[in-house]
Design a protein around this ligand. Structure first.
Ligand code: FAD
Ligand code: N01
Length: 546
């Protein structure tokens, strides 16, 4: 049954980092805001991804909001990289502080959004029978919020516990005495495997194509470091906003006391003599996290640098994994290092030396089907109590196209995006007035520290809405030509980069039938921000006001 139509200025979908900030900022500007979230509470990614070992790999002092000095000063991070429970606590703390939950409806999914050209408004429906009419409809639905689960034969017959890392249950999980399978060795699998192996009776990892992973070398932050960063936060945040990838802190000294910044290397990696290179990689760069690709940006496009770096990484895998056959499976096949997102781990390779850990190379020994008691491969029937799918997400477009969005003349967004997402600046699409996306396709989003990109989009959208109110403008949408030019600009920028040619979720390669298109903007955070500023300074160039 439908509930009575409610009118509101803005509907925000999603209550992750983007939704929480949007709700607060727009409500403070006097707009009526209704936020709708499928989960039971705020958190987004950090609500859903509760799997063992889930962690951030941008330094915690940078992976946090910058818009409120009070929040920034009050919150104290414990470790270089924060784990999921701490990040969830942080976003809950922010939601309490800003008192945004009063604008939020939880446990509710937005299903449809239909635009009315006469009233310039959207009618938004939910799975709970709500109907809202709003002028602005904002999808803050996240880039990695729709888990992708393979459709193995017999999956429904499995009588044990079956989980996906991206929608992990809240209950406390105990693997003691259990036989566990993990399918997938991307970022999520690589984080979960060492932790599950600590208690499981037996862990079997199903490997299709391994990802390269670097040691996180996570450690507690010193009080001195926290104090220094807080004292200098304004400068650090500004550097982030005008950097390549939105994070600027580099590898630190052992005591974690001094602030050091990432600096691009003077020459490509392959120009450093190999002995010297392998030594500095061992001593400094291997555990410098995402500062490494910022230092050696040539790793994103230079074949020679990639080759020498992979020689180093392959040697490292062979030296850490005792069994040469297992090591061979864990060495990625044919991929360049930067075909995919770099992964950070804690004792991942060492875990394969444990007696209770085994792996199955699914290229040689295919998964045929799930059975009542486990998994049947080409070689054997394997029994499991628990199967964990660490199989990734229908990234960037998945959450948006799952809502029936109809713009002008009944055009659906799903149809409009059938050959890949079409957006101007990753913010708006032609034919869909007053529909904004936060960190949408065509913006740096997942190629950046997402907090920096989220804040930029939220503030851009807010400024745009304020401008429309001041000028008494009813609607805004992207011009078709501006949208097309932006798409072509990104294709050109992305062409020389490995990620355009690899088989990752960045190009939709992980979801059968998904069009293969580079989805994030590859020009970097700084260039992108300057472009967005220029567009506004030129009177919202490329947008049509109605
Ligand atoms: P999300 O946090 O994804 O929130 C979107 C919300 O929208 C979800 O709660 C979802 O339930 C809701 N939603 C979607 N569709 C609907 C609908 N139809 N109706 C109602 N609600 C809906 N980024 C980094 O920069 N650094 C990191 O180290 C990092 N680590 C990550 C680790 C993991 C395990 C994952 C999965 C992602 C990571 N990310 C990281 C990316 C991360 O997604 C972002 O940093 C950020 O949390 C995204 O916030 P968001 O608010 O945009 O989206
Ligand atoms: O997903 P993925 P993820 N049979 O797509 C395998 C962020 N994140 O959840 O490589 C067998 O990377 C698949 O195999 P292959 C981060 O942005 C960040 O791990 O396609 N295997 C792959 O090994 C990240 O990039 C953190 O051959 C199958 C794995 O599943 C993004 O989220 C932590 C299969 C999927 O890897 C996604 O990461 C976690 C099948 N049918 C996530 N289908 C941080 O630390 C898929 N696979 C910041």
């Amino acid at each position: 049954m439908k509930n009575k139509l409610k009118k509101t200025d803005v509907i925000v979908v999603g209550a992750g980092f983007a939704g929480v900030y949007l709700t607060d900022l727009l409500a403070k500007k006097g707009l009526s805001v209704q936020t709708i979230e499928a989960a039971k509470d705020v958190g987004g990614t950090w609500y859903w991804n509760r799997y063992p070992g889930a962690k951030c790999d941008i330094q915690s002092m940078e992976y946090s909001y910058s818009f409120s000095k009070e929040i920034q000063d009050e919150w104290v991070w414990t470790n270089k990289y924060a784990a999921q429970p701490e990040i969830l606590k942080y976003i809950q703390f922010v939601a309490d502080k800003l008192d945004v939950r009063k604008n939020m409806k939880f446990n509710t999914k937005v299903t449809d959004a239909i635009y009315d050209e006469e009233s310039h408004s959207w009618t938004v429906s939910t799975d709970k029978g709500d109907e809202f009419e709003c002028q602005y409809f904002i999808m803050a639905t996240g880039c990695l919020s729709v888990p992708s689960t393979p459709n193995f034969k017999g999956m429904a017959d499995f009588k044990g516990e079956l989980y996906h890392t991206g929608s992990w249950p809240e209950k406390k999980m105990d693997f003691k005495g259990k036989k566990v399978a993990v399918i997938g060795t991307g970022s999520s699998g690589i984080q979960a495997i060492p932790v599950i192996a600590e208690t499981a009776d037996k862990l079997t990892v199903f490997v299709r194509d391994s990802s390269y992973t670097l040691p996180a070398n996570n450690k507690p932050l010193s009080a001195t470091f926290i104090e220094k960063v807080k004292a200098d936060y304004e400068t650090i945040r500004n550097r982030e906003r005008y950097s390549v990838s939105g994070h600027v802190l580099a590898v630190n000294d052992e005591a974690f006391e001094d602030i050091l910044f990432c600096e691009p290397a003077e020459a490509p990696m392959h120009t450093i003599p190999k002995d010297e290179l392998f030594k500095i990689l061992d001593e400094k760069y291997i555990s410098s996290g995402l500062a490494l690709p910022v230092t050696f940006q040539d790793l994103t496009y230079d074949e020679q640098s990639d080759e020498v770096f992979r020689e180093y990484l392959d040697g490292r895998i062979r030296s850490l994994v005792n069994d040469p056959e297992k090591a061979a499976v864990l060495i990625p096949k044919g991929d360049r290092f930067y075909d995919r997102r770099p992964v950070m781990d804690t004792h991942y390779y060492e875990t394969f030396n444990k007696e209770n850990v085994d792996l199955v190379d699914v290229n040689k020994n295919m998964i045929i089907e799930f059975t009542e008691s486990g998994i049947r491969t080409a070689d054997a029937d394997l029994e499991f109590d628990v199967i964990v799918c660490a199989t990734g997400f229908d990234a960037m477009t998945g959450a948006i196209t799952r809502v029936n969005i109809q713009g002008k003349e009944g055009k659906t967004l799903k149809e409009y995006w059938k050959n890949g997402p079409r957006m101007y600046l990753g913010l708006m699409a032609n034919g869909f007035p007053n529909l904004f996306t936060v960190t949408g396709p065509g913006s740096p989003s997942v190629l950046s520290n997402m907090l920096v990109s989220i804040e930029q989009h939220v503030e851009w959208i807010d400024a745009c809405i304020q401008h429309m109110k001041e000028q008494k403008i009813n609607s805004i949408e992207a011009e078709y030509d501006a949208e097309e030019a932006w798409i072509q600009h990104n294709i050109e920028l992305a062409q020389p980069l490995f990620i355009t040619h690899g088989n990752s979720w960045y190009v939709g390669a992980n979801v059968p039938g998904k069009p293969r298109v580079i989805m994030p903007y590859t020009g970097g955070v700084s260039l992108y921000r300057e472009k967005c500023e220029e567009v506004v300074n030129n009177g919202y160039e490329g947008f049509i006001f109605g």
